[in-house]
Write a protein that binds this ligand. Structure first.
Ligand code: ADP
Ligand code: TRP
Length: 323
């Protein structure tokens, strides 16, 4: 059975972009693969500096995954900071990585454009920690959203450098990106992202969710006029949740005219409730069960440790740390 690994930062409430771009694949893949999935709380420290927020967002993400159908019997589900092996391998890989290579990373370049003084060494090292996360578990596939492609390519390069220097340890993983999903647009048409405050949150209370959907920005084509579905943010989200006949039907209505953006927002909202109804109920049931949720993460960390230790021991052997 092939192995799959992915991580998600606990950097805010999960939104449709996270779900459609990454979380949905993580959950679907547990049927056919040995899956490892972790909450990337070490990475989140690059942005989250408030302990309450770190705790809450980590917990909330764990509950969200479980509510969406992650089965801890099938997927090894854990918290990154429970495994010091990630940080340890990160240091070792850092010694294999040249500065100009990291300077090419999009996240670093973006941060630098905003002002170099604001950028932490942790953010600069971010791709190395991600390479360590991945390589410890020797996965075949890394399912991520399209924006993570560069990080997986960097991981492959770092692994190859290590293998060429010290001998084969790391399996070279492939990114697994659902190209048909691509980048999910937010309520303002830019990429949906917590940092742009343009998200539609999967588990937001009903009234909040409604506000987010009603806030989707559209052009001002009048109700009766024909509209191009492919230029509409509402339609772009609808088609990712609806089935083919439903999508075609809405596209026809757009092209014919007579449907207002308010109507299609209502259709999208209905679709969201339909799609996530069961998960939203489960989320509310699970949220108060702290002991159960923490226990799942602890058990996951124990299972993850077996594989992480094995790889790290091989690495240390190759480097010459074992007498
Ligand atoms: P955010 O940009 O909101 O902070 P993250 O960087 O935490 O999101 O992303 C978590 C996962 O969700 C990643 O695998 C990422 O590729 C995916 N993802 C996030 N936003 C989108 C989007 N708008 N479209 C597709 N995938 C996304
Ligand atoms: N950088 C990823 C993101 O922002 C999160 C992440 C950390 C990750 N380590 C990983 C994803 C390892 C896949 C594999 O979404």
């Amino acid at each position: 059975m092939k192995t799959v690994l992915s991580g998600v930062q606990p950097s805010g409430k999960p939104h449709l972009g996270n779900y459609l771009g990454a979380m949905r694949q993580h959950i679907e893949m547990q049927k056919d693969y040995q899956c490892y999935l972790f909450i990337a709380d070490l990475h989140a420290l690059t942005t989250v500096k408030d302990p309450e927020q770190m705790r809450y967002q980590t917990y909330d993400l764990a509950v969200s995954y479980l509510a969406l159908g992650l089965d801890p019997e099938k997927t090894v589900f854990f918290k990154q900071s429970d495994l010091p092996e990630h940080s340890e391998l990160c240091w070792i890989l850092g010694c294999m990585t040249k500065m100009p290579f990291l300077e090419r990373a999009h996240a670093w370049k973006d941060a630098q454009n905003k002002g170099k003084k604001e950028v932490s060494v942790g953010l600069f090292n971010y791709p190395i920690l991600q390479a360590a996360d991945i390589l410890l578990y020797q996965p075949d596939l890394v399912p991520v959203g399209a924006d993570q492609k560069q990080h997986i390519e960097m991981t492959r390069d770092i692994a190859t450098t290590f293998n060429n220097t010290f001998g084969e340890v790391f399996h070279i993983p492939e990114p697994h990106i659902k190209e048909d999903v691509g980048l999910i647009p937010g309520t303002d048409g830019q990429k949906m992202s917590k940092s742009y405050k343009n998200t539609i949150e999967v588990f937001a209370p009903e009234s909040e969710l409604k506000k987010q959907v009603m806030g989707i920005v559209t052009d001002s084509t009048p109700v009766e006029e024909a509209k191009d579905p492919d230029k509409c943010n509402i339609f772009a989200l609808y088609k990712l949740l609806a089935n083919k006949p439903e999508t075609e039907k809405l596209a026809e209505r757009y092209k014919k005219g007579g449907i207002g953006y308010g109507d299609s927002k209502k259709l999208l909202l209905e679709k969201i409730f339909e799609h996530f109804g069961e998960a939203r109920t489960k989320y509310n049931e699970l949220f108060p069960q702290k002991d159960l949720v923490y226990k799942i993460l602890e058990e996951g960390a124990k299972k993850a440790k077996i594989m992480a230790r094995k790889t790290l021991d091989e690495v240390k052997e190759k480097i010459g740390y074992k007498i």
